[in-house]
Structures are given as C-alpha cells and as structure tokens.
Design a protein around this ligand. Sequence first.
Ligand code: GLN
Ligand code: ZN
Length: 767
Amino acid sequence: MTKSSNLGYPRIGEKREWKKALEQYWKGNISEQELQTELEKLRLYDLKKQKDLGIDLIPVGDFSLYDHVLDTAVMFGLIPERFQQQDENSLHTYFDIARGNKNAVASEMTKWFNTNYHYIVPEVSSDSEPKLVENRLLPYFLEAKEKLDITGKPVLLGPVSLLKLSKGFEDKDFERLVEKLVPLYIQVLQQLEKAGAEWVQIDEPILATTLTKDEINVFKNVYQSIDRKLSSLNVLLQTYFESIDYYEEVVSLPVAGIGLDFVHDQGANLEAIKNFGFPAEKTLAAGVINGRNIWKDDLSASLTLLETLRSFVNEDRLIVQPSCSLLHVPVTVETESELDPQLKNALAFADQKLEEIKLLTEGLNKGRKTVEEKLTFQAECREQLWQSEIRNNTDVQKEVEFWKGVEPTREQHFSERQSIHQNFFNLPLLPTTTIGSLPQTTEIRQGRLKWRRGDWTDTDYQSFIEANMREWIARQEEIGLDVLIHGEFERNDMVEFFGEKLEGFAFTKYAWVQSYGSRCVKPPIIYGDVALTEPMTVKEISYAQSLTKKPVKGMLTGPITILNWSFVREDISEFDVTKQIALALQKEIRALEENHIHMIQVDEPALREGLPLKPKKQQQYLDEAVYAFKLATSSVKNETQIHTHMCYSEFGEIMHTLDALDADVISIEAARSHGELIADFEKQSYEKGIGLGVYDIHSPRVPEAEEMEKYILRALNVLDPRQFWVNPDCGLKTRGVSETTEALTNMVKAAHNIRLEIEQKLQSSKG
Ligand code: GLN
Ligand code: ZN
C-alpha cells in the first residue's frame, strides 16, 4: 500500500490565532502558561484535521513558536554569545534571540531559500560547543500520540543544512562542527525511536542548491554515523524547492527513504530516476502536489506521474506528499466567502492540497477508476477558470503579442539623456532625496480604516491624504531636500495598492502566510490578464507637484516585485504575466508624463530575492526582469528621468543586470553593509546616477551629519560626485515623524557640507 504524507502544516491557524496569541504574550497581556495552552489547542486542532483528512504520515515538531531554524539552533545550544548569560532553555531567551532585547540586538534573519519565509540565522563560531539542551521533538511526538492517537513523523532540520544556513565560523571548520552535531542528532533520534516513532523526516533542503563533491561527502559521513546507531527508526531524508544535483550520491545515502520534489525544475528529478533508477530497498517520498502555489492540481497528470514512479519502486515503498512543507501556503479556501466562485473553485490551500494527496493515494491503491469522477470534477473546475471571461482579456493578450521580439529601448543613450536631465532639472551636485514613503502614523492608518469601513466618504479620505501631503511637502522644503516625494500616505502596501487598482488581481480575506516571526503577509492573487483601466497614481502625485516648484518623483512598484509578492496564475508563463504588468505600468508612466511628472521611480525591491536557486536558471530570470523593467520604463520622453530602488546591497554580483535596467538613477541600501558595497565599485565601473543609502532606516537612531559625511566621502573615493545622490537606505514608513525630520535635516546638512568642499576644490583647481 502506498501511503500519504505531509511535510509540514501552516502554524498560523485559520484566522491567525497563532500570531494573535504570540503578540498578546509579547505585550504582557497573557502569561507563558496561557500562551502554551492556546498554542496547544491550535496544534491539536491542526493535527486532528490532518488525521481526519486521512493523511497517514502526519508531521509533528513542524510547529514552532517562531521559526524552525531557530528551534533547531536553540535545541543544540547554538545561542549567540550575547544571550549566553541568559537561561538557555527559557522562552525569554528564545524570543530575545529572534527579537532582541534592551541589551542585545536580535539575530539577523534572511530568506529561506527562494521563498518569502525568513528564518533566524544561527550564529555559530568556530569554537562553538553544541550540546543537546532539550529534545524539543519528543514532547510533540508524545502529545500527538497521547492526545490524538497519532504516531507522528517528527520533522527536524538536518545538521548539514543547519550549518550551511548558519554564519560566524570559518569554512575550514565546517566539517568539524558537523561532526560535533552528529552525536547530538543521534541522541534525539534514539529518544524518538524509544518513544515509538517509526519515521523521522530530516530536512536537508541545502541538497537542492549547488554543492561541491566535498560537501556531498560530508552527507555520506553524517548519514552513515546516524544509520549505525538506529535500529527500528526509519530516516526519511527530505529535499525540496528544486531537483537535486547529485542524484546518484543522494539516493545511495544509508537512509530508509528519500523525499524528492517532482514539481519544480521541469522534471529533472524524474529524469534522474529514469536514467539511474531508484534503489530497491528504499522508500521514495514523491512530492507531486505543489507546496508553493495556491491552485488546484492537475490530478490526472499527477496520478500519471505517480504511476510512472511506481514502475521504479515497489508500491509499498512509495509515499505521496506535497513538494515541500505547506508552511508557504494559506490554510484553507473554506473561509473565503467573498471570492468569485469561478476563482474560488480553482484554488487549493493547505487543507485542499492534503485532500488532493489523499485522493491521489487512493487512486494508486484502488485504481484510477475509483477516483475518476473526482478527477474529472477537478479538471472541470480548473478548465472553467482557464477559459473564463474573468481571466482572459484579448486586448492585453494582443498587446503582449505585439511586443514579442521587440526590444524596448530608450530613444537616447544615457550619456545624451544625462545632459538633457541636467538642463531640465538643474539639480545641484549630490542631490538629496528620499525613497518614497514617509511615516505611516497611527493617525494615517486610522484614517484609512475609517474610509474602508465606510465612516469616511472618498472625498473625506482624499482631503485627509491631501492634508498630509501638504504638511510634508512643506516640511521637505523646509528641510531643504532637492527632489521631493508625495509620501505614499494613500498606500497600505506597495503591491496591494497597485493590485487593487489593476484588473486581474483578487484579494482574499484570510489567505495569510507566515513571513517572519508573527508577521504574516496576504499576497494578492493574479488570476487574470492584468490591465490598467484608469491611472492609479496621477491624482496624488500631481497634487503634490502642484504644491512645489521642486520636482516630485512619481512612485510606482515594478513588475518583478508585483509578481514576486503575489500568488501567480500558472496557465501562462510568469514572463507573460510580468509583461502584462509592465505594459500596465507603461501606460501609468505615460499618464504621469502627460501630467508633467518627469521624474519617475519604479521600485524593484524584490528583484534580487526572486533569483532562482539553480545557477543555470539565473541568467534567464535576470534577462526577463530587465526586459520587463525596460518594457515599463523605456517608452518615455527624453527629459523624463527614470529612477529605481532596491533594498539590499549584494550589488556586485548583479551589477551588470542593474546597469542593463538602464534606469537613470538607482538608489540602494548601503548603510548596513558599510564598506562592502563601495568596494564593488572599485572592481566594476558604473556610470549612471546612484544613491547609496547614507543611513539605516531600520533603527530609530538619528545619525549625526558628520557620520553621513564620512559615508559620502568614502563613496566619493570610487564614484564621481556628478553621479552621486544622497538618500536614506529605504522608505521611511516605519519611522516616527520627529526622528525622520531630524535625520533628513542632518542628511541635507551632510550633503551641503560635502558639496561645498567639492565646489571649493573645483574653484581652487581652476584658480
Ligand atoms: N517606495 C517604497 C517606500 O519608500 C519602497 C519600499 C521598498 O523598497 N520596499 O516605502
Ligand atoms: Zn527599500
């Protein structure tokens, strides 16, 4: 008999009960005991749901109070030095590492592979001495057993991935540290074995990235050592997100089962099985339901895939499961009462995906005929949306078709545009500006709420937004900034705002997914052809511009960012969706130009994070990103200056791409990475306008002018003052009004001082 399995269930609850409980606890409104009781209730509810859905192998220990990487690090005593005086096994210490406290800053967090989930980066030094602080899986296993009669499958992040995701030690110590961890993992596993666990899932997602032969050898040593010490417990080595590069080596590792992703990477894992077979004594856990999308599966195709796989492994050694943990999808479609039925019928979130897995397993065990009716129904649901009017807009399709093979390029080369812009805007050296958003105070958020609830009319809300713009245009002038912004007061979120105005997007009520800690995001769903029906930003930007003689930047979110932060339809290519978004933005930009806005910023903060894990796919992604950006921005008039912004600093490796965007000015985060970024410009030359953030907006600290001056001077060692812009690292929406005013005042002062120095130097060299 083939079994069904799950790799991980969303922690957050159907209505974000998890988030609410955690935040109540952090605020001090509930005790630790109350928190634990609340979370246990939620956990048992979710386990029972999976049991009732008929899943055979139900994960336990996938639950977390914050993040599973942090859980694993803390379990093995890998606690940052600055928290080591605290009780290592307390909830306080755990949350302090994640969130910081009065005396110590939090650990860094970073993206979990190519997802929008962020994990806490473990800090491990070369002389770290890991130890088993507590086997956190055991209580979860026992809880499921005792309270629900479930023999759970404990889930644990493997030692190699854990260390590869950590920072703070030297490469040469990697193997030594792995060796120290292995006996501790063995202890954990032996305890689970004793408690009656049959399967344990050890996640080694790092296997889906590019590794060296040496690193693969580390895997051999680790899993051999583990294998020697276990008798009845079956280890399932789980990989996900992409195919694995070292197929033959990985399937030969001494473990009972191997979990592979058969959804991503165009069938590469399937190809490998066809070429090299699969070891007869092992179990194949086949990830056939996409754990990353929200669409109903083409079950008939998946069943065929499983039937193919069954010809390589015995049916008792096949497991049907999602491609990865369901952490990355919302909980259930059931609660969405307001979606268009055609759309709703085509959606599958975590619970629906588990139903699909159950169905496929049944289809394998009892024959395709027994599930045929359900497969047909599902195919109809999909088909209905595919063909539906709500999805297809022939005008948009024709326009995309028109651009096929046409290279969007600006009429003039940057060097020619540069002098036109100089004459047109007449900006001083080192022009000062900001990234777009200004403090979103409680008052602003409450105003928006009143309007959404209907307490305020559109006109009330509009005049409220205008009042805020008036206040801040005046303040920016007073501070002395050269290029102003309208402040984005009318926007809640930089993707949602545009999604709500464009055709082709749908918004759910409860389809949240965890982003980091208790923070969840609710990505819009791009279900249909994207079209602009009326200008989205012209009203506010024009109003702001009418208040001042200084240029006000138009402010848009770029096509790649809108795509990467949404759930995207899959019946057409992502590239086609990006082009549709780009064409909508192209029209918006034209409308801005017609209303005399000639400095337009198109933000692409998510460009870098969408970079595929596999190097062989990266260039295509970057090329498509460049194409989409240029499609949106290059049909402009010569005098129009295009800006872009990105919030990260790994600039060096994609400098070529950023240059290819052909934006006249780019602003990027730099203050946090200090000198690293500047060094990139010593290696590669960059001629366009560039603003390296001169202060970190992630902290309320107000830097002095001198500090920023030093920063500017350092950058001017490698960049020409005629190309350098002075701006903060990112938007200011999370900051307070007074700290923002002070910091910007200091920033303008810093720019003035350096400007003066440069002008004096120029004078004296002339004289
Ligand atoms: N213009 C946006 C802002 O200032 C950019 C946000 C971002 O980079 N994530 O908020
Ligand atoms: Zn940013």
